[in-house]
Write a protein that binds this ligand. Structure first.
Ligand SMILES: [Zn+2]
Length: 353
């Protein structure tokens, strides 16, 4: 999932085609995963076009009809425009890069079309197989998080937004990532080679269980590396593997890949200069970290820090930015650049060390 604010709807796409150094065709379909937000789905094809020996769908888009209809139309176009004789019946594999709704929520629809086994990182399997989880535990965790963010006490600002944001967060905790349970037949780990084609690279940060997939000289970089947005981050305290420390380590991790000529992310277009993009993202986060340090002259909650950093914050962006600020503050505290204390009501307070 990426910040909706700066994104636009892409038209239901005619697929873009990449051919890897090994001759594998990778088709990118842009589907309206959310009403105003497009995500990429990939069809990976090996063998002769008239009789492919292997076909895989990477990610699924959203669950609502505009998304699934665009997915079907795009897949049809790959058959009619490019002559790829793929079909749902012969699909070899479905891979999920990470269990965010713009990538995984279409999975039950896809499961209705194909019996192809699903692969995802082993940490994602639980979310996909048991999307409803334990609702009471999730709500309790969210209430703790709401207090920690400083949304319950009277903030130093008179904007009265804490209650509204808390309500949005509670709503988010009630929403599940996908509407129905789907079996993950093949749990993946760092370094696995799936079906002799995808090298699995575990890239926690944006989401703890996120994977990138390498096919020959092409990298499917999921939401780890995107051409236009810095991926939204959650604090590690709220999700295993989330947070800025993991994110930056995962940037280092993929930067070491040799022989990758293009990266295709979970949103927007291809990144031929993917190493340059890694450096831009590091610079972006350095700027954001400096801004947090500047704003934390006195003990400040995440809620107040977020407003100090984003004075014209719109409610729709707020919960993503609260998470992002929390991830930045948590990272700075772990490095000793911020000191973290607790207010009586449980809110975390951060101040420059
Ligand atoms: Zn996404």
């Amino acid at each position: 999932m990426s910040a909706p604010a700066s994104s636009q709807v892409s038209p239901p796409a005619i697929a873009a085609r990449h051919v890897t150094s090994g001759g594998t065709r990778v088709y990118t379909l842009s589907v309206p995963a959310f009403p105003h937000f497009a995500a990429n789905v990939f069809l990976v094809v090996r063998g002769q076009s008239s009789a492919p020996t292997y076909t895989a769908l990477v990610d699924t888009g959203g669950s609502h009809e505009a998304s699934t209809a665009a997915l079907e139309a795009g897949l049809d176009a790959i058959r009619s425009e490019y002559g790829e004789a793929w079909s749902w019946e012969t699909l070899s594999r479905v891979v999920v890069t990470h269990p965010h709704p713009d990538h995984v929520a279409g999975l039950p629809f896809v499961r209705g079309k194909t019996a192809a086994p699903v692969a995802a990182h082993e940490w994602a399997a639980q979310t996909i197989e048991n999307p409803h989880g334990d609702p009471a535990a999730r709500q309790a965790e969210m209430e703790d998080h709401i207090r920690w963010l400083g949304l319950t006490g009277g903030g130093s600002l008179e904007n009265g937004t804490g209650a509204e944001y808390a309500e949005r967060l509670r709503r988010r905790a009630r929403n599940t990532m996908l509407p129905e349970t789907v079996e993950v037949r093949t749990p993946l780990r760092e370094g696995n080679v799936l079906d002799d084609i995808f090298t699995v690279i575990h890239t926690p940060g944006h989401e703890g269980s996120q994977i990138c997939l390498r096919v020959d000289d092409l990298l499917l970089s999921a939401d780890h590396l995107l051409p236009r947005n810095s991926p939204p981050l959650m604090p590690q305290r709220f999700q295993r593997g989330a947070g800025l420390r993991s994110y930056l380590a995962s940037l280092d991790h993929i930067e070491q890949l040799e022989g990758v000529s293009v990266a295709l992310g979970g949103h927007d277009g291809p990144m031929p200069d993917w190493r340059g993009r890694i450096q831009q993202l590091r610079d972006r986060y350095d700027d954001k970290l400096r801004a947090v340090l500047d704003a934390a002259a006195g003990p400040t909650t995440i809620h107040d820090l977020t407003h100090a950093l984003h004075p014209r914050l719109r409610p729709i962006q707020a919960i993503l930015l609260l998470d992002q600020t929390a991830a930045l503050a948590e990272y700075l505290a772990a490095r000793g650049e911020l000191q973290a204390t607790r207010r009586e009501d449980g809110a975390a307070l951060f101040v420059r060390a």
